[in-house]
Write a protein that binds this ligand. Structure first.
Ligand SMILES: [Cu+2]
Length: 131
């Protein structure tokens, strides 16, 4: 929520006449700020449809099933090895590497089965089924 909306809504709350102005204003601003932060968190922290861990040169699990519009998140949990998630068969260019503790994610807007591989390690493969 943009900050000007927070101010706008607080200014509406400020005209509530029951409490002394200062308390109403502070309370209103606090409530609206908390609400705005919650809304922001909801927008940012959309739970993924599926999560894949990259560990020991494997995608775990190698096969996931999601619904159209959902997101898959891949997290590299290796100690020091980078990988990538490359939808080569879909015609994508090779993506950047994901280093340890980094993640990548992709939202699928069409139904189908989408195989992928790791760029540097062609033997590492996985597939996303979108229903
Ligand atoms: Cu790899």
């Amino acid at each position: 929520m943009p900050i000007y909306l927070v101010y706008f809504i607080s200014s509406i709350l400020e005209i509530t006449p029951r409490m002394p102005n200062r308390i109403t204003s502070t309370l209103g601003f606090t409530l609206v700020t908390v609400f705005a932060l919650l809304m922001g968190d909801l927008a940012v922290a959309q739970p993924p449809g599926a999560e894949v861990t990259i560990k020991d040169f494997k995608f775990i699990p190698p096969e996931v099933r999601i619904k159209v519009g959902e997101t898959v998140k891949w997290t590299n949990t290796e100690k020091r090895q980078y990988h990538s998630v490359w939808f080569q068969q879909a015609g994508d260019p090779e993506p950047p590497y994901i280093f340890p503790d980094e993640f990548t994610q992709r939202t699928f807007e069409k139904a189908g089965s989408f195989p992928y591989r790791c760029g540097p390690h062609p033997e590492m493969t996985g597939i996303v089924h979108v229903e």
